[in-house]
Design a protein around this ligand. Structure first.
Ligand code: ADP
Ligand code: MG
Length: 386
């Protein structure tokens, strides 16, 4: 992968793709989670020090066209406070006026393009749109790991029109993640939970060879229980993945919850019981891992050389079902292994518990991280390797 760090960027217009697809508080204005912004600050500082003219570009949300509430304005404002530099938000992403605007950027200064997805061409990976974007800069830098699983114009097509390089964050993400895939320090323990088993099974399959154990919790564990022939009652399961779960179970490395927290409803207000997993009653839903499972998982984590964790152990949004996830988070944070964590919801938990400093790496990629760990070739990375 070609690193921007080896390029002389002084006085050059750098078109920098970042992932500022962040979440806002209920007012729609206050930034709820600045993790992805903070993650690229070192890149921005470096470009500033080198005297580059940086044009920052990102998408935000899923606009149908131009939607005022998905403008990058609050992000540009927020960012300017961090880097102590003005970050003017331009009125669009392409066109004559924007081309003129970017010519006015001074050395060591910044400008930000408006939400890329206001333009149809972005998601369509349209070469014509990419070409227009490319006119703005002299060098393209991809520092948006979280978007690399998407073949979009600012990630893929643009690399056909400009000398293209990987940014420091992208390099760090790929080197850490390929390290744990290829050469984990043994014993390697994968902790995986959450929902959408379709996105998680490839990760388990791909890491199984080097893993000594795979600890499975969350809703995806229910599908494994069903595959073992247990009654999962009203729990969330994904039937069509039972055969795939069965074949993974044959590895003998999968550790499933032996006890669970169950309830007839997911609101956490009444009839919450601890049960042996084989004794879940009809009408009940499995909503968290139980105390015996927490102990067993923690014990295995304690002895690990490498831990990769993705996905909550239960319905953590409800306090009554957050204990399993929080206990596992603490166990991973405390263990002496090389530890990597990622996933949109998983990172929220880490931040809430202020445990981020305890991890060797907190990935900015949700879907992108899962696809990378699952062994898929990400379009954004393929594009850079030309
Ligand atoms: P991540 O974003 O970290 O990859 P996922 O998106 O896969 O995680 O999963 C998170 C979601 O899974 C959360 O909304 C959580 O409530 C849900 N979940 C986890 N365990 C259960 C369960 N036992 N029953 C229902 N939902 C669950
Ligand atoms: Mg999620």
């Amino acid at each position: 992968m070609k690193s921007i760090k080896n390029v002389n960027v002084t006085g050059k217009r750098i078109l920098l793709r970042v992932d500022f697809n962040i979440s806002f508080a209920e007012d729609g204005k206050t930034i709820a989670d600045d993790f992805r912004i903070k993650a690229v600050l070192p890149t921005l500082e470096w470009l500033m020090q080198q005297g580059a003219k940086t044009i920052i570009m990102s998408h935000l949300g899923r606009p149908g066209g131009k939607e005022e509430q998905l403008s990058l304005k609050p992000i540009a404002k927020y960012l300017s406070k961090f880097i102590k530099r003005d970050v003017p938000l331009l009125e669009g992403a392409v066109g004559d006026e924007i081309e003129e605007d970017v010519l006015g950027i001074g050395n060591g200064c910044f400008a930000m393009l408006e939400n890329l997805r206001f333009n149809e061409g972005e998601k369509k990976n349209d070469p014509a749109f990419a070409k227009k974007l490319a006119r703005l800069g002299e060098i393209y830098v991809n520092d948006a790991f979280g978007v690399c699983h998407r073949a979009h114009a600012s990630i893929d097509a643009i690399t056909k029109f400009l000398p293209s390089f990987a940014g420091p964050l992208l390099e760090e993400e790929t080197s850490v993640l390929s390290g744990v895939v290829k050469k984990p320090n043994p014993p390697f323990v994968l902790v995986i939970g959450g929902a959408k088993i379709e996105t998680k099974l490839p990760v388990i399959k791909n890491l199984l060879k080097n893993a000594s154990k795979v600890l499975v919790g969350g809703a995806i564990a229910n599908t494994f229980h069903a595959a073992r022939g247990l009654k999962t009652a009203a729990s969330k399961i994904e039937k069509e993945f039972i055969p795939a779960a069965l074949s993974i179970l044959r590895s003998g490395k999968i550790i499933l919850p032996s006890d669970v927290v169950a309830s007839p409803n997911p609101h956490g207000r009444k009839k919450i019981v601890f049960r042996d997993v084989a004794k879940v009653q009809s009408g009940e839903m499995i909503l968290d891992i139980g105390p015996k499972t927490i102990d067993r998982f923690s014990d295995i984590i304690k002895k690990a050389g490498t831990v990769v964790w993705n996905g909550p152990m239960g319905l953590f949004e409800i306090d009554a079902f957050a204990h399993g996830t929080e206990s596992v988070a603490k166990a991973v944070a405390k263990c002496r292994a090389y530890k990597v964590v990622g996933g949109g919801d998983t990172v929220i938990i880490i931040k809430k518990l202020s445990l981020d400093d305890a991890f060797n790496h907190v990935s900015t990629g949700g879907g992108a991280m899962l696809e990378f760990l699952g062994g898929k070739k990400l379009p954004g990375l393929v594009a850079l390797e030309i």
